[in-house]
Design a binder for this molecule. Structure first.
Ligand SMILES: [Zn+2]
Length: 138
């Protein structure tokens, strides 16, 4: 199912448009090279984890969303785990704001272990903003 979603999306995350990687198809060293993440850099493996392709429920399971292809899309692991209770539209807008603020780890020139501490407060403040204020970013 994940491979099917990956192929349908061209490997691109539905929220942040980053290229993801499919663990079952690409070796870790190859993926690190493809994303330009220097092997051995502190945080390199975490940066790669954020790039992993994952199944994303458009309507969340908690809200009754089904576990079938019609309700599934592809998301990078970062966007998937950061979504929380946000709607897909709000979450995409939030991710695009993180990119604009250079706080989205999959849109960084360099992988950094410090990012975790930097993006969380930004994400919280974006979440609390009314969606209407985010519309221009989508
Ligand atoms: Zn993403």
């Amino acid at each position: 199912m994940l491979a099917k979603l990956f192929d349908a999306a061209g490997g691109v995350c539905a929220y942040c448009d980053c290229d993801t990687y499919l663990v079952t198809r690409e070796a870790e060293p190859d993926a690190l090279r493809r994303f330009g993440i220097p092997d051995g850099l502190p945080g390199a493996i975490r940066a790669l984890r954020y790039r992993e392709a994952s199944r994303e429920h458009v309507v969340r399971s908690a809200d009754g969303g089904k576990d079938d292809i019609g309700n599934l899309t592809l998301a990078c692991t970062f966007c998937n785990t950061a979504r929380g209770e946000a709607t897909p539209e709000h979450h995409r807008a939030a991710m695009l704001l993180l990119i604009a603020a250079e706080l989205h780890p999959n849109h960084q020139a360099e992988a950094s272990a410090m990012l975790d501490r930097r993006f969380r407060p930004a994400l919280r403040s974006i979440r609390s903003a009314p969606l209407v204020h985010l519309a221009g970013a989508a």
